[in-house]
Design a binder for this molecule. Sequence first.
Ligand code: NAI
Length: 339
Amino acid sequence: MSFLRDLRDRDFEQLVVCRDPATGLESVIAIHDTTLGPALGGVRMRSYADPEDAVRDAMNLAQAMTYKSAVAGLELGGGKSVINAPADSPRRDDLLAAHARFIASLGGRYIPGADMGTGAADMDLIARYVPRVSSRRDPSRFTARGVLRALDAAASWAGVPVRRVAVQGLGKVGSHLVELLRARGVDVVVADVDASRVRGLDAVGVDEILAADVDVVCPCAAGGVLTEAVIDRLKARVVVPGANNALAADADAAMLAARGIVFVPDFVANAGGVIACEAEVKGTDDAIEAKIDAIGATTESILERASRHGTDPLTEARSLAARRLSTHRPYFPAGDATR
Ligand code: NAI
């Protein structure tokens, strides 16, 4: 099976495929890397047409979590899990409980949090089975604060005044971001598939938002939205995603650079949430805001390196993560996978 080869090629530590016939649970827990600490990442709940898509989604998201925590300087590894079921399943609580028991069997190597389809109340349920759980408080406002810091740094790097910003998706992150931008007097244009969320705001159709005539675009809905066709139509000179894995393919980072568009990799821009989650599991809120505000300086340094090396920001952000991983002693000593 090709994803087994993927595990080796992409240096994955562990992939757990779970089934519980009693509840009908089918889920996946992907642990990409625990060099820096236990793998923290959300529990995504949605249905996938093909179960292998669930595996791939979990793997892609787990790998991005490794980069995200490494670049943000956290003591966390990268992981993610996916429950292949609709978020409004009538057996939702049973599925979450069964999934939680599988997480517990990993002895602390994976720390779950909220993601698409799950929220703080679900984390309370999971915490009945798993000792360390994050996102029992919603991290979205911290995520939005970090996206704003990345946006400021990227716009200033590009010499673009931030007068008008397009936000795709007015969920937890998008709505906080819109609030922060409007509080500064920035014009905001929005779109959401759920029309009730855009009421009272300057809204355009979901097919138009990414090509809007604005200074900055912030995709804050699903991943994979920055396709070649979309990049061709972009009018903004700066793109700062709140959404995970916003690029449809890695090569699209080079395409953005070739078009002179300044792009901040999502795992750099949206790290505010995981920064808040680290604080939550460590039980201290002391350094949260300073760490989130440092996303600005990290963004600037990544953009500066990409320009100096003639590469693109995705390449530079990944090599920053790789440098941190290569100089760190593994959190779980050899022979003791569950410290
Ligand atoms: P959410 O589920 O609260 O909001 C997503 C919003 O996007 C919803 O309002 C939905 O109706 C809308 N939407 C879906 N498809 C759309 C489309 N094609 N066009 C326009 N709108 C569309 O999710 P949340 O928590 O706000 O997360 C958004 C993104 O940010 C996700 O990719 C998530 O993985 C990522 N993220 C979220 C973090 C957080 O703290 N919540 C942390 C880091 C990343």
